[in-house]
Design a protein around this ligand. Structure first.
Ligand SMILES: [Mg+2]
Length: 240
């Protein structure tokens, strides 16, 4: 077995190896720093909409028509409240009529029924799991949409980092830091993949993660992939 010796001291009777370790140990140390966690965005990355009703836009439109101005952080508020329509309305400081709340709930139900996985999701998740790579989901979403994970992704062991549970949205550093904390890992052990540049590429890169921007219409840059399956080649090649 190959051995590497870094320096030695001898006074004639004492041979003293300062550092000595085998090549296999060296490889094991190196492997620790390789990517062993993949974090995936949900919508547009794993999941596609059939119908899209934009129910919260309608809720905010009603609010505006009833004298409440749109606020810059309204979308953040919607995605960081861990509750249904009533709790979200309360967080927005509005009280929509019961009929409107029911319409919104029903529109969300229609959307949830229309959701499906992109064709490359199951093969990619299977390949990642067979390699022993841990997988996380990280999504900006309102709480009622969280049901999609149990609906479509029950067969996989997936850590969840959801904006409404964490009280933070991408690309805020806090949401990526919660990933590092829960996996107890270094940033460069994580590869983040998603279809929104700021949330899924620039944000993760800013905290030291590796990232790929999924552009399903076609990849033209080295940091882009057009299919989830392409991520496997990046993992094999240790690509950034
Ligand atoms: Mg997305």
């Amino acid at each position: 077995m190959a051995a590497v010796h870094f320096g030695c001291v001898s006074n004639g009777t004492l041979y003293f190896a300062l550092v000595s370790f085998t090549f296999n140990q060296y490889l094991a140390m190196k492997a620790k720093r390789e990517i062993n966690i993949v974090i995936l965005d949900l919508f547009g990355t794993l999941i596609k909409f059939g119908v899209q009703n934009h129910p919260f836009r309608q809720l905010l439109k009603w609010a505006r028509e009833n004298g409440r101005q749109v606020m810059p952080n309204d979308a953040r508020t919607v995605m960081t409240i861990n509750g249904g329509i009533d709790a979200i309305s309360l967080g927005l400081g509005i009280k929509p009529p019961r009929e409107l709340a029911q319409i919104i709930e029903s529109q969300i139900e229609d959307e949830l029924s229309s959701l499906s996985l992109f064709d490359d999701v199951i093969p990619t998740l299977n390949a990642l799991q067979s390699r022993g790579i841990r997988i996380g989901l990280c999504s900006n979403l309102a709480q009622p949409y969280g049901a999609v994970i149990d609906k479509l992704l029950t067969h996989f062991q997936l850590e969840q980092f959801l904006s409404y549970e964490l009280g933070a949205i991408k690309p805020e550093a806090q949401i990526y830091e919660s990933i590092l904390s829960r996996f107890d890992c270094e940033p460069d052990q994580c590869l983040f993949i998603g279809d929104t540049f700021e949330a899924d590429y620039a944000g993760p890169i800013a905290v030291g993660m590796k990232a790929l921007h999924l552009t399903r219409s076609g990849a033209t840059q080295p940091h882009q992939i057009s299919s989830l399956v392409d991520m496997l080649a990046h993992l094999d090649g240790g690509h950034r």
